[in-house]
Every structure is written in structure tokens, then in C-alpha cells.
Design a protein around this ligand. Structure first.
Ligand code: SF4
Ligand code: SF4
Length: 89
């Protein structure tokens, strides 16, 4: 469940973003970098493969994509008006 504006003033998570982060299991080597870097706890490792648990609190920082050396993570910005946004843009 995403946090709300009242819980974290200045930011909000908007539903309807879809699966804008996906993992190719054939490329994932289970290193766990994505789980360590993601402050929103969007990933978990199951049977030595990463899975997206949920993106409800994803901040679209791109850190997971950046640290995935086998290039297993596909990242694309959510459609406008969905995902994560702040008062500042
Ligand atoms: S960083 Fe990439 S290779 Fe490592 S566990 Fe996550 S998805 Fe798999
Ligand atoms: S973009 Fe950032 S917050 Fe979203 S899943 Fe990746 S590391 Fe986590």
C-alpha cells in the first residue's frame, strides 16, 4: 500500500502506473543488488532470482536499474499522471 500525502507531506503516489519495472529471469544472477539499493523494498529474491513485489512506494529513482550489472532490469518512466510525484515536479 502506497504512503499518502498526509503520511509524507510533499509527495504522493498515484495508482495506475502499471509494470514499468520488469526483470528478465534469464539475465538475473540473483546478486541482490536491487534489493539492497531499493529504499522502497520493491524487490525480493526467490530461488536466486529477483522479483518485483510491488511498486506501490517506488520513487522512480532508477537505482535498481543502475546497479543491475547483468542488465536484467527494464525500467521505463510511468505514464504521466501516475507513479510518484512531488510538489516540486
Ligand atoms: S540487481 Fe539485477 S541481477 Fe542482481 S538480483 Fe537484481 S535483477 Fe537480479
Ligand atoms: S526505481 Fe528506485 S524506488 Fe523504484 S524499484 Fe528501483 S530502486 Fe526501488
Amino acid at each position: 500500500m502506497a504512503l499518502t500525502y498526509e503520511e509524507w507531506p510533499g509527495v504522493e503516489w498515484v495508482e495506475g502506473a502499471g509494470d514499468y519495472i520488469t526483470i528478465d529471469p534469464a539475465k538475473c544472477d540473483g546478486c541482490g543488488n536491487c534489493t539492497r539499493v531499493c529504499l522502497a523494498k520493491c524487490f525480493k529474491i526467490t530461488k536466486k532470482k529477483a522479483k518485483v513485489v510491488n511498486l506501490d512506494c517506488c520513487m522512480e529513482c532508477g537505482a535498481c536499474w543502475y546497479v543491475c550489472t547483468p542488465d536484467a532490469i527494464s525500467f521505463s518512466w510511468p505514464p504521466g499522471g501516475t507513479g510518484f510525484r512531488t510538489l516540486w515536479g
